[in-house]
Write a protein that binds this ligand. Sequence first.
Ligand code: NAI
Ligand code: 1J1
Ligand code: MG
Length: 259
Amino acid sequence: MALLTPHDLININKQLQEADSAVQRVTGLDIKGICKALYSTSPGSEKVGIVPVTSGNGIIGNFSSSLHAITQYFGFDSFVTDMPDVSGYYEAVRNGAEIILMADDHTFLAHNLKNGKIANNQPCTGMIYAEIASRYLKADSKDVLVVGLGKVGFPGAAHLVHKGFRVYGYDPDETLLKKTVSNLGIISFDPENPRKFSIIFEATPCANTIPEVVLSENCVLSTPGIPCAISDELRKKYHVQLVAEPLGIGTVSMLYSVL
Ligand code: NAI
Ligand code: 1J1
Ligand code: MG
């Protein structure tokens, strides 16, 4: 999977504040409000233990410290363990962690040790970015374009179907696209025969995945994909309302899902 780089996480507090403002402009709710609406949970005073993991590609600079900043931003009591891996897990539990956050190259999990609930970052990220898109206050219809139907995009598309949206899906992987169209009952978006949308949800590891022809003036683009799906130039030309942030929105979605 496409891994974060230390550069993606620079100034995470500022990135979070800007994303929170964008979510409020688009939906009328802040990120916590979206989480509460999505999961019907509210944090108490859960203590979150963040465990650095060295396996595979190893520690990502700024990853654990960003999780620390993100959990604090959303009002959780949290700490990063001194030791990584199994020793770090032991340290987290011994120091009173109720929720463990840790990630290797394939899985980023949140595990609530009190109630046994466990969450995976990919579906939680897809769900919350789709939920934000679905709450666009000035949407002109219930039509939504989903670009990228992988481990993040698929659960987001499923969530939109579940909420009663008319979902148009696109992925260049034709086998995946066909399978998803039939499994979810969505409409296959044909780039050769495009139309405009006021709501777009994107989850790919590629840049410039949103062609100009699908953009309507003031449309919402809710996207966890890194790098960003749209150029600055197109964003400005269509006054696109962009919701994009590298780690925090998906992480808080995981945390609320295990409360
Ligand atoms: P994935 O590899 O499972 O799925 C990506 C999908 O995008 C694939 O099906 C691929 O065929 C498709 N794709 C590639 N180019 C495309 C194009 N031009 N148009 C449409 N679809 C295209 O990856 P996953 O796990 O779903 O992650 C997607 C992105 O989200 C990655 O960049 C990942 O780093 C990022 N991510 C961001 C998070 C955040 O909190 N901001 C959290 C988790 C993932
Ligand atoms: C690896 C995280 C890889 C991603 C959300 O502990 C460490 O420093 C490393 N083992 C963390 N996963 O980059 C995903 C998670 C967005 N991308
Ligand atoms: Mg995020």
